[in-house]
Ligand binder design. Structure first.
Ligand code: FES
Length: 165
């Protein structure tokens, strides 16, 4: 009786070990397969044009938030980093657009647009930036970063040039 119990326990351990091995193989194997079959997944790149919306959908003189994520691959490790900012269309002209990063130049918190005060506010240390991104108040040492390189593609998408660093 106890012998058969012992045996079935051993079988159970064998089966469990096999199952765990299978799970580990799948967990380790999946990224390897993805890495091998899809070079695009390794994308990250130092520079890339990023679409941040249809130009026609962006209102004039209303700072409009956008965000995107970049994936960096270091060996088997993939790290996603989010970026955000505001698009300010000053007129109907395609090139009359200011695109600001929402990353505060003090310690990197995200600023938000305050419509009533008509400025960007950083909640971390109460800094304020003008609608053009210049520092009005608080500790930031520099204006908000601008995405200076931008273009509109044939489909009417507004693209900005992301540069790593
Ligand atoms: S991080 Fe924005 S004011 Fe300090």
């Amino acid at each position: 009786m106890s012998g058969s119990n012992h045996l079935s326990r051993r079988d159970f351990i064998k089966a469990t070990t096999g199952a765990i091995g299978g799970i580990i193989t799948v967990a380790v194997g999946a990224p390897v397969v993805a890495y091998l079959i899809d070079p695009a997944l390794r994308a990250g790149g130092k520079e890339a044009w990023i679409s941040i919306g249809k130009l026609k959908d962006i209102p004039i003189n209303v700072p409009t938030a956008f965000s995107f994520t970049r994936t960096q691959v270091n060996g088997w490790e993939r790290t996603g980093t989010s970026f955000g900012g505001y698009i300010i269309r000053k007129s109907e002209a395609e090139d009359d657009i200011l695109v600001l990063s929402s990353r505060c130049t003090h310690l990197g918190c995200s600023v938000t647009w305050h419509e009533t005060e008509k400025n960007f506010v950083c909640p971390c240390h109460d800094a304020r930036f003008s609608a053009e991104g210049t520092v009005l108040d608080g500790p930031p040492p520099a204006p908000l970063k601008q995405y200076a390189d931008k273009k509109v593609d044939a489909d009417g998408n507004l693209l900005i040039l992301y540069k790593e660093g």
